[in-house]
Design a protein. Sequence first.
Length: 293
Amino acid sequence: MKYRDLKLSFDISNITFDVLSLSHEQIIKPYPRHAHSKNSYELHFIPQGEGTLVIDTQKYDITPGTLFMTGPEVPHEQISTRENPMTEYSIYMQVRQPLPKEIPPLVQIFLECSFWFGRAEESIYTLTNQLFAELQNHQSGYELMIQTILPQFILEVARHYSGYEKQTYRQIQNPTQVAAPFSSSLQTISEKAYLIIEEAFLYDYKTITLKELANRVSLGERQTERLLQKHYGQSFIQKKTEARMSAASQLLRETNASISDIAEDLGYSSPEHFSNAFRKYYKESPKAFRKTL
């Protein structure tokens, strides 16, 4: 179950968090390599199932009770085990800019952490159950209840960070520079645009075109390219290639599908075209890649 268009925001001190989506789903198909925009953070809680999280080239084993956070511009992919696929709760949000000069220490810990991986304590189970019960039941005042639960969630997650060695997460030197303020030409872009962009490359990487993406976010093609470069540091072609190559590596690792079938599944016109693209990206052929697994 995915909850979008919530138009929810909440404040911690003078810092505003805009909620882009909340979801509760079982991850059957692998999520290709992707990264969130500047200012964006996604919390992932896995109460059931098993799988693998890949951050850059580092792999982390996901087991029941895993909690992790992927922050701005952190490339990651999630792969469930076939026998026991992961069930995930996720909270995807964006921190509104510019940030105030004074930031509470616990919030600063959260903002300066671009990636964290660990175990959920009992408080996370309790807050997750409360949050998604409110979303599902829609009782009177549920939005206000959600706006009181989410700040607690952020602060509890930040407390989790302090219980682990600092080497388990990456730090940004100055939290006030987590993301630069939007330029005036991009200020009118809805927060929803970032969710649309990320889901396009996550689910529609096979067929998405720049023109179609521009139509989805109600921008011109040139503006869409500028948005991608500014907030993801990549062009449209680079993001699409990254998603397709990530999916290709997963299919080569996790299935016995032929090179021809994989090429067709990823939308390439021929196995040769796919193999050339794969070799250019990974510096080896699909067959050689599969043999090293």
